[in-house]
Design a protein around this ligand. Structure first.
Ligand code: HEC
Length: 134
């Protein structure tokens, strides 16, 4: 059992290493701009989805639109050097939010948003990629 797990892990690492880099790298500045559009300020996708989920009848198209912005953000992480930080929890929460928007499921969407908010620390701490959140 343990052997199988190790083989699986080694295999996964090998695949990740061989994956062709299709897209050009993004600069930290470009990522910072995307992050601001997604997560900072009144016009951000984050505030939009938070506003909708406070309503009794959220506009699910608006929730889906915000989730798409986070999805693009998640994809962009593959194009920037993050060091040891992983976008996995951010991407998982985004996928959950997209599904919840499709299902028009307010509880699931609220949980997904909470998970997304918790995912920030996987990058934003101790001056790692992204630095301390302001
Ligand atoms: C996978 C790593 C990762 C995750 C997860 C992540 N960020 Fe970032 N974030 C970055 C990187 C990289 C930058 C660009 C930093 C730079 O300019 O050097 C950034 C920049 C930012 C900026 C812009 C900072 C500025 O003023 O220029 C904000 C705001 C931000 N992130 C908020 C968030 C929030 C809120 C979350 C959680 C919902 C989050 N980030 C999750 C990696 C991440």
């Amino acid at each position: 059992m343990r052997y199988v797990l190790i083989v699986a892990l080694v295999g996964a690492v090998a695949i990740a290493a061989e994956e062709p880099k299709k897209d050009a790298k993004l600069t930290k500045k470009e990522v910072g701009k995307m992050m601001k559009d997604a997560h900072k300020g009144d016009k951000s996708a984050q505030v939009a989805v938070e506003t909708e989920l406070k309503k009794d009848a959220p506009d699910w198209d608006a929730v889906a639109k915000s989730a798409k912005t986070f999805d693009a953000m998640g994809a962009a992480f593959a194009r920037v050097e993050l060091g040891y930080s992983s976008p996995a929890t951010y991407i998982a929460a985004t996928k959950a939010l997209m599904k919840a928007a499709g299902d028009k499921d307010k509880k699931a969407a609220t949980d997904a948003l909470a998970a997304l908010n918790k995912s920030c620390v996987s990058c934003h701490r101790y001056g790692g990629a992204g630095g301390a959140l302001r």
